[in-house]
Design a binder for this molecule. Structure first.
Ligand code: GLP
Length: 258
């Protein structure tokens, strides 16, 4: 696993964005896995800057989101379909048909989940998946206890996740979601996980240096050959090997490294 500790959010966006742009440019059928949340916003800003400058071409790329709240229509302001439209589709100037989100309202959710898995496979698989991390170590909405082999499916949200996300809702916070599974996420050829702020320090320490355990779903990244964790100083503050990661970043020019 590669861990990059940055001075601030802008640097996180620049470094992670550069890495992602390189991977997409090298792909004949670029597929980007996108995440919601505040953590990846600087990455999207960097990608948008590169598209605008002509340094990155996403006109033929496909985009797949990780998750959606169960019961929210795609045009609901709190739906992840709408969040991805606002933070990715519009800033990158891509056609909405290139952007896919799991359905939270299909009459047959299980069939829709299977279709979603199929559409990722049909697109050639995800070249690089952007991930945030929940304060409880979830990725996508794979809450603690999720199977490491899981595929896209419905999940019940933990009380902690509902509290963390309550700030987006004026009233009722959804209790369920549809999320890519940990097995689905692990099929991506590269993973880039990002986190900002001291609130994420425990989750990052558990994911990067803790035991691989379903209690911290993000710890599954330790089993991925090309996983990069890009964090700010505060999110890195509980990493025991922080100095080693800084040395490795300075000394080793070859990337990505496993
Ligand atoms: C939600 C999303 C996750 C995201 C997490 C963290 O729970 N389902 O994919 O990683 O929020 O969000 P933030 O980056 O805003 O802390």
């Amino acid at each position: 696993m590669e861990v990059i500790i940055c001075q601030n959010e802008d640097e996180v966006g620049r470094i992670a964005g550069e890495r992602i742009a390189q991977i997409l440019t090298a792909s004949s059928r670029p597929v980007l896995g996108v995440a919601t949340g505040s953590s990846p916003l600087a990455i999207y800003a960097e990608l948008a800057r590169r598209v605008k400058n002509g340094d990155l071409d996403v006109s033929k790329a496909q985009f797949f989101a990780l998750d959606e709240y169960l019961g929210l229509q795609p045009d609901d302001p709190n739906s992840y379909a709408e969040t991805i439209r606002r933070t990715v589709t519009v800033p990158l100037g891509v056609d909405p048909v290139q952007v896919h989100t799991p359905s939270g309202t299909a009459s047959d959710i299980m069939a829709a989940c299977a279709d979603y898995e199929r559409s990722i496979r049909d697109a050639g698989g995800v070249d690089v998946q952007i991930l945030g991390i929940g304060s409880n170590g979830h990725i996508g909405f794979n809450e603690p206890g999720s199977s490491f082999a899981s595929r896209t499916r419905m999940k019940t949200l933990t009380a902690r996740t509902r509290e963390d996300n309550a700030r987006f809702f004026s009233g009722f916070v959804p209790t369920h979601c549809v999320t890519q599974g940990l097995g689905t996420i692990m099929d991506a050829r590269h993973l880039v996980l990002t986190a900002l702020g001291a609130k994420k320090a425990d989750a990052i320490a558990a994911a990067v240096e803790g035991p691989v355990s379903a209690m911290c779903p993000a710890s599954i990244l330790q089993f991925h050959r090309f996983a990069t964790v890009v964090v700010d100083e505060a999110a890195a503050s509980k990493l025991q090997l922080a100095d080693y990661y800084r040395d490795a970043d300075q000394l080793e020019p070859a990337r990505p490294q496993d």
